[in-house]
Design a protein around this ligand. Sequence first.
Ligand code: TYD
Length: 212
Amino acid sequence: MTAQGPKRGRFISLEGGEGVGKSTQVCALAQALQKRGLDVLITREPGGSDGAEKIRELLLAGGADRWSAKTEALLFAAARADHFERTIGPALSEGRWVISDRFVDSSLAYQGGAGGLGIEKVRELNAMAIESGFPDRTLILLLDEGGERARVRDSDGSDRIGGRGADYHHKVELAFRMIAAEEPERVKLVDASGAPQAVTERLLDAIQDLLP
Ligand code: TYD
């Protein structure tokens, strides 16, 4: 603690297509950081604050064409603005570490890359929503058999976006790879194959330079 209050915490987002084991790894990474004595907050998108959880229902329920691509991107950005203002920003100011299951890069990849709006346009839209609140590190999990795993997991029905076709999800993955190539300092690709513990080790390696 300094005279100005606690040191700002770190913000990490986990990203990836469907079925890559992201939620398991969010919990495992949080536990690993807690073991190192860090105060960790887990959150998720869409959602993570009262208002954003309400917007989540609008985004994920209903027919595939309930929203146009542009409206969908604006709703995600509106949810994100509330999530950042109410949950993430305050936790970072208190010196906590925040791990978010998806954040802005999901919008860049899904709405920008796969939805056809373009990564840059969606980045501009989101810069207004979160200002300088980009994560300190974004870890994108990649797994070849992710699509197949998601189909088995969601066989009783997936949400509006997860349920889109293989072509859409292929474009999501290409966009994630493009974002990582554009911002190699912030965004790292992580192999999600093999035992969960091995994947967690890879994630820890990819944030090694941020650890106290
Ligand atoms: P969710 O139930 O949280 O699934 P997952 O386990 O895949 O994270 O559903 C979120 C869905 O919303 C998922 O298909 C990805 C999509 N999404 C976007 O299209 N844009 C975004 O900005 C975010 C945060 C999620």
